[in-house]
Design a protein around this ligand. Structure first.
Ligand code: CP
Length: 333
């Protein structure tokens, strides 16, 4: 494995190897495995879990890491190509990224979508331009359309809770949020559940359909794995017999890049806050998943997040274990 950019780049055997390795490293720590190795972490977008779990993962494997983000006392970074740098930014990303990469044996990069132009974001123009600047192994710590570290952790979480792959019903639901959020988690979560062979329902109100290329990629994965994908705006029908409800807010594809139009549309759906009533037709032990952060009382009710359905803390800890497996594969002997 040369880089870790998208689960779609990996064979099913390789995904299983990573999952097995994550379990093995949890049960049998290898505190010298990455001794002397350094991971560079570039955060151009905010984080809690990804930031902490990558540092913890490297430390647990005996290596080290360092973090660079625009919030630190670094020179202002310019990202636009071909710009005359006569403003406040003192350094261009074209030098900064290879310099940061040169200090490590691998680099993790987080750069959320610009969310101005859907085609641009679907093509991962920004992220691909960044990884083209480095020649060490790269890890996608969340790009415009992908969050493979979250996806691998989520797959492990489903396995840990014995959620069936074949015949398992996975509901990916839009939830209300006051801001238009990126498509990376819903797009890559949909792909992951389909790739795992699950029967997936995308539950979303009118106007929040996922983009056609995202649906097509997931449908192709479902066809190959024996899973299925349907879309619905009917909560009771969508949740009927569900094993898992995975909630996430995302931008309106219809009004992509138009903040005011998106906001006007989403305000019709303030009641898309997950509470216990959502589970009326689900299996009794239907789990609640969310990648976090989640706004309490907005995206999900306290009673669900604090109750027995919620597996979000386990899911978040699995970020560290999944990433340990990725790092071990990329940097281990
Ligand atoms: N789920 C996730 O990536 O969390 P952070 O944004 O806090 O890293």
């Amino acid at each position: 494995m040369k880089s870790f950019l998208d689960l779609a780049d990996l064979s099913t055997d390789k995904i299983q190897t990573l999952l097995d390795l994550a379990n093995r490293l949890d049960a049998h720590p290898e505190t010298e495995a990455l001794r002397g190795k350094v991971l560079s972490l570039l955060f151009l977008s905010p984080s809690l879990r990804t930031l902490a779990s990558f540092q913890a993962a490297m430390t647990r494997l005996g290596g080290g890491s360092f973090v660079i983000s625009p919030d630190m006392s670094i020179h202002g970074l310019e990202t636009r190509p071909g710009i005359v740098m006569d403003g406040t930014a003192a350094e261009h990303i074209r030098e900064a990224v290879p310099v940061i990469a040169s200090y490590g044996d691998a680099i993790g990069i987080r750069a959320f979508a610009e969310r101005k132009n859907l085609e641009h974001d679907l093509s991962e123009v920004e992220f691909n331009a960044l990884i083209d600047l480095v020649d060490t192994p790269c890890i996608n710590m969340e790009s415009a359309m992908g969050h493979p570290c979250q996806n691998l952790a989520d797959w492990k979480t489903l396995d840990d809770y014995d959620v069936p792959a074949s015949g398992g019903k996975f509901v990916l639901s839009w939830a209300y949020h006051p801001k238009a959020l990126p498509l990376a988690v819903p797009a890559s979560t949909l792909y992951t559940a389909a790739r795992r062979g699950m029967d997936v329902t995308v539950l979303r109100p009118d106007g929040f359909e996922l983009p056609e290329p995202v649906m097509r990629k997931a449908k192709d994965a479902a066809d190959a794995s024996g899973g299925s994908i349907v879309e619905s705006d009917d909560r009771r029908a969508a949740m009927d017999g569900a094993h898992v409800l995975y909630a996430k807010s995302w931008s309106s594809t219809r009004h992509y890049g138009d903040r005011l139009a998106d906001q006007k549309l989403r305000e019709d759906y303030l009641d898309w806050c997950v509470d216990e009533s959502w589970f009326a037709t689900a299996r009794d032990n239907c789990h609640f998943m969310h990648c976090l952060p989640a706004r309490r009382g907005v995206v999900v009710a306290d009673a669900v997040l604090d109750g027995p359905r919620s597996i979000v803390i386990h899911e978040a800890r699995n970020r560290m274990l999944a990433q340990m497996a990725v790092l071990y594969e990329l940097l281990g002997a």
